[in-house]
Design a protein. Structure first.
Length: 475
């Protein structure tokens, strides 16, 4: 953003101007007051210009990284790893804010199960898919053997969680009324087989909102509301654990082909810990929390350790969903590196935004477009082949990679071979589609594994910093 001073209507030759002849006492007092005010305004503008100049200078001395990749590829999770690695104190200071997100992730899974069970209010959801609500209910009641009274018991006991969900969503989007609970739901249509997403527009300051002590009378109730939400969740924890552990519920979900464990923001296995009264999220919990990014978020990390070559990192974390991608382009300019994430495990999944498109194919297309971009001709690329843990377990469970990726032909259904194949494919696409030779570094990652990601982060840091030094002729 550039500042320019507003034009002054009449510019006197001397400042302050000479007093007009015959000035009365009152006129003098008014004039002096106006001069004081004009000086105050001018100084405020000067301060803002200086502030802006300092910000620009700081940005020039920062390492700027743009995170790209489809939705749920792990961009924000990698960013959290950078924060944990370079600024652990700042990372831990935010854990309270993440607790609300984790609670919301847990509650959405519970409400999702309750909606899916017979008699659940799934008619809205089903109609999005052109199916009747009785269709889902009938399927589940045929497959699941949950008896009616037990179901009613769970429904009644867990009904307060609907209110908790509402409180948390409203609180997370509190300073942006357009993103109230209903709108969040509308923005994220219900997909059969998935709990709905939690999304807060970047820059809405949601972390601060959850910490802030409110002064106004209306807002004074807010900290209590959050406490109340936590108490309700705490009181429901045994019932949640029982619901999740009930064999009929498990059978019902299995019969529907719903694997909640594979979904983002899954905390049902740890209900008693996460819903405990004094629960403090661990770094791993924070990495596993799911909060969809909307728009482009700028995150500045000030390195807390001495001896690091770059003291400030600026990350631009983008929303990866198809509708979000146009907003990436203005950030292509003046960037030190692109971190592109491909979730390897998505080879047998379809896009939520377009159920006809395979997610791995979408990653290939996206990569190709990024490589071809003229704006990014000279930019260092770092490719993270992410979600290696889920890929590994899918292959081990016998999901055949070659069925979804025809060009893999009769390659072995083994982790190392599949990784190598994907690596070769991405490197070849980069070579083929880049206007000129570029630096490309490829890593296989599991962004929810803190220690292995730390090693990758050190390598990334070395690659970007060394490359910047070369391009700025320092070495
Ligand atoms: N098991 C596993 N989960 C991961 C890995 N990387 C990320 N996740 C999880 O995947 C979910 C989605 O990750 P995000 O970082 O929010 O994805 P994103 O790319 O920022 O998605 P958008 O903001 O929608 O563009 C989160 O719940 C993460 O915890 C991984 O390597 N393995
Ligand atoms: Mg994100």
């Amino acid at each position: 953003m550039r500042w320019s001073k507003p034009a002054t209507p009449t510019i006197p030759e001397t400042w302050p101007p000479h007093p007009p002849p015959g000035e009365t006492e009152l006129e003098r007092a008014v004039r002096l007051e106006e001069e004081k005010e004009a000086r105050r305004r001018s100084e405020a503008i000067d301060r803002e210009i200086e502030q802006e100049r300092l910000e620009q200078r700081k940005l020039r001395h920062s390492t700027r990284v743009l995170l790209l990749g489809q939705a749920e590829s792990g961009k924000s999770t990698v960013l959290k790893n950078f924060q944990l690695h370079f600024a652990p104190e700042a990372f831990h200071a935010e854990s309270e804010a993440w607790r609300a997100v984790i609670h919301l992730n847990l509650i959405r899974s519970v409400n999702f199960i309750l909606d899916l069970l017979p008699g659940g209010p799934s008619s809205l959801h089903s109609s999005l898919h052109g199916e009747s609500s009785s269709h889902h209910s009938r399927q589940l009641s045929e497959n699941a053997l949950l008896d009616d009274s037990l179901l009613r018991h769970f429904r009644v006991r867990l009904s307060p969680l609907r209110q908790v969900e509402l409180i948390l969503v409203q609180r997370l989007s509190a300073d942006d009324p357009s993103r109230a609970a209903v709108n969040v739901e509308e923005a994220m249509p219900w997909y059969y087989g998935r709990a709905s997403e939690v999304s807060i527009r970047g820059g809405s300051g949601w972390k601060a909102l959850l910490r802030r002590k409110w002064n106004t009378s209306q807002a004074a109730t807010r900290p209590d509301e959050l406490d109340k939400a936590r108490q309700i969740l705490h009181a429901c924890r045994q019932d949640i654990a029982e619901l999740w552990g009930h064999p009929d519920v498990q059978h019902g979900l299995e019969a529907e082909g719903v694997v909640l464990r594979d979904q983002s923001g899954f905390f049902l296995d740890e209900t008693l810990r996460v819903a405990a009264a004094g629960y403090e999220p661990t770094p791993l919990d924070i990495l596993r929390a799911r909060l969809q990014t909307l728009g482009v978020e700028q995150h500045t990390i000030s390195v807390e350790r001495f001896g690091e070559p770059s003291h400030r990192w600026v990350f631009y974390d983008v929303g990866g969903a198809k509708g979000q991608r146009a907003s990436w382009v203005p950030f292509f300019d003046d960037i030190d590196a692109i971190l592109f994430l491909c979730p390897m495990s998505a080879f047998n999944e379809v896009m939520l935004e377009d159920r006809r498109l395979n997610r791995l194919l979408d990653s290939f297309n996206l990569w190709k477009t990024i490589c071809m971009s003229r704006l990014l001709r000279g930019t260092t690329f770092i490719l993270l082949l992410n979600k290696s843990d889920i890929l590994q377990s899918k292959l081990a469970a016998g999901v055949p990679f070659a069925r979804y990726v025809k060009s893999y032909k009769d390659g072995p259904n083994e982790f190392d071979h599949v990784c190598e194949y994907l690596k070769r494919k991405f490197v070849a696409m980069c070579k083929h589609n880049s206007a000129r030779e570029r630096q490309l570094h490829v890593h296989v990652t599991c962004a929810t594994d803190i220690s292995t990601t730390a090693i990758v982060i050190n390598r990334i840091k070395d690659a970007i910093v060394v490359n910047n030094l070369i391009s700025s002729d320092y070495i």
